[in-house]
Design a protein around this ligand. Structure first.
Ligand code: NDP
Length: 437
């Protein structure tokens, strides 16, 4: 008889939790996992996946506009929001089921309910008490809400019964920029309010400038304002009064630790409510781990997956696996999208590196006939002393796909000379990466 009911209890059936639970079970551990909502977590249920489906639907507007220059004559196109949401929901249902099926197949016990700590080795879920040798907290985050009534967040945006005619979006980060484009592409009048002159703080300055311009080019009213006043659905911003039908906040996300009763287990949290962990995702309590958004490191799905997998390998795979959070590629699925890996020029300089920057700014051949006035930007940051590529930044069609491939080279330690000796695929947008001089 072992001392505990299970070897590994995972709280949260999202990207990090599901991966950690499955790999642990495949390593032979006895695993249980609790999820209070649907299997799949933020990414699958109310994040990356449904968002990308809405992006695909929304960017059809661009294709329709560009079609004329390619000789097409099109009738009046209309869009049915309810049909899109129903189709999206069906796919999310399928994916969620695939996640739970895969866990079951791996031998993981699934508990549908909210789990909370009773003590450092005991979890209570739906009236059951389960003891575990190791516990992994993977509960993700929740959208922050500004004070006042009437705000929706991305959680609700995926379930609006109809597309509001006029939408005010607060926040110029990932979610604000992506949803502003989604709503505008599907036909809403969108005002994006953010508190800096350019969106996407922390990104390359030229990417930020171009992304801000391209929001405006998509017909989005971009308002820079630090003080937002509200009277019902009237936004008072930068000396203007803007009437909207829907207010959406996209001002960041907070760790979802409420209700976990962490204090019963002695698990510490920081000022933001996140659970500080070491490179093995171990909290201050040796057998309790935290991965994904709740650990306050990098709030991106692939990182949570990597962290969850690493915990399972460390505990049950006889392979202690630290996760290092450098060289993380990421993308904003705007229209056009932006994507990045590695150092921006200012960050490299701040880190004391001597850099040379190569850039190309051009109109994509895709838009030559349609006449779309849109610039592609590709920037490569190179360390002078080593010739190593420290960062690649891009705005333009397919930027996330291109950066994913470039990320392999950067992760392998590519030098500018490596880019230079690579043959181009012509004619493509990505070939500019190997033609920069
Ligand atoms: P972000 O942190 O990306 O952006 C938040 C935005 O809200 C910033 O523009 C910020 O401004 C602004 N803001 C913050 N607080 C306030 C406030 N009190 N009043 C007004 N504006 C405010 O958060 P998101 O909510 O957009 O996304 C959360 C996270 O989810 C992302 O950081 C990312 O990690 C992840 N995500 C990733 C996606 C992807 O990979 N494509 C897509 C969506 C989300 P300022 O810059 O001035 O602080």
């Amino acid at each position: 008889m072992t001392r505990y009911d299970v070897d590994f209890f995972v709280i949260g059936g999202g990207s990090g939790g599901v991966r950690g639970a499955r790999i642990a079970a495949e390593h032979g551990a006895r695993v249980a996992i609790a999820e209070a909502d649907r299997w799949g977590g933020t990414c699958v249920i109310r994040g990356c996946v449904p968002k990308k489906l809405l992006v695909y639907a929304s960017e059809v507007r661009r294709s329709l506009a560009d079609a004329v220059g390619h000789g097409w004559t099109l009738g009046d196109a209309t869009h049915d929001w309810a049909a899109l949401i129903a189709a999206k929901d069906k796919e999310i249902e399928r994916l969620s089921r695939a996640y739970s099926d895969r866990l079951r197949k791996a031998g993981v016990e699934l508990l549908n309910g909210r789990a909370r700590f009773v003590d450092a080795h005991t979890i209570e879920c739906e009236g059951r008490t389960i003891t575990a040798a190791h516990i992994m907290i993977a509960v993700g985050g929740v959208p922050k809400r500004p004070p006042g009534e009437g705000w929706i967040t991305s959680d609700e945006a995926f379930h609006l019964p109809a597309l509001p005619k006029r939408i005010g979006v607060l926040g110029g980060g990932y979610i604000g920029v992506e949803f502003a484009h989604i709503f505008a592409g599907l036909g809403a009048q969108v005002t994006l309010v953010h508190r800096d002159s350019h969106v996407l703080r922390g990104w390359d300055p030229e990417v930020r400038e171009l992304m801000t311009k391209q929001l405006a080019a998509a017909g989005i009213d971009v308002v820079n304002c630090t003080e937002l006043g509200l009277r019902g659905h009237t936004m008072m911003v930068a000396g203007r009064e803007i009437e909207v039908d829907c207010l959406m906040a996209a001002i960041g996300r907070a760790p979802a630790t409420d209700g976990l009763n962490l204090s019963a287990a002695g698990v510490a949290t920081d000022a933001k409510g996140a659970i500080p962990v070491d490179e093995y995702s171990r909290s201050n309590v040796g057998h309790i781990y935290a991965v994904g958004d709740v650990s306050g490191r990098v709030a991106l799905t692939p990182i949570a997956i990597r962290e969850g997998h690493a915990v399972a390998d460390t505990l049950f795979g006889k392979r202690p696996t630290p996760v290092h959070h450098n060289l993380i590629p990421t993308a904003v699925f705007a229209q056009p999208p932006a994507a990045t890996i590695g150092y921006t020029e200012p960050a490299a300089i701040e880190a004391g590196k001597d850099v040379v920057v190569y850039r190309a700014r051009f109109r994509s051949m895709r838009y030559v006939l349609s006449g779309r006035d849109e610039q592609v930007l590709i920037k490569v940051v190179v360390e002078k002393s080593t010739d190593r590529v420290l960062g690649v930044h891009m705005v333009g069609p397919d930027a996330p796909e291109i950066i994913q491939a470039a990320a392999i080279a950067v992760t392998m330690g590519a030098t500018k000379a490596d880019l230079d000796r690579t043959f181009a695929v012509h004619p493509t947008t990505a070939e500019e990466l190997v033609l920069l001089r």
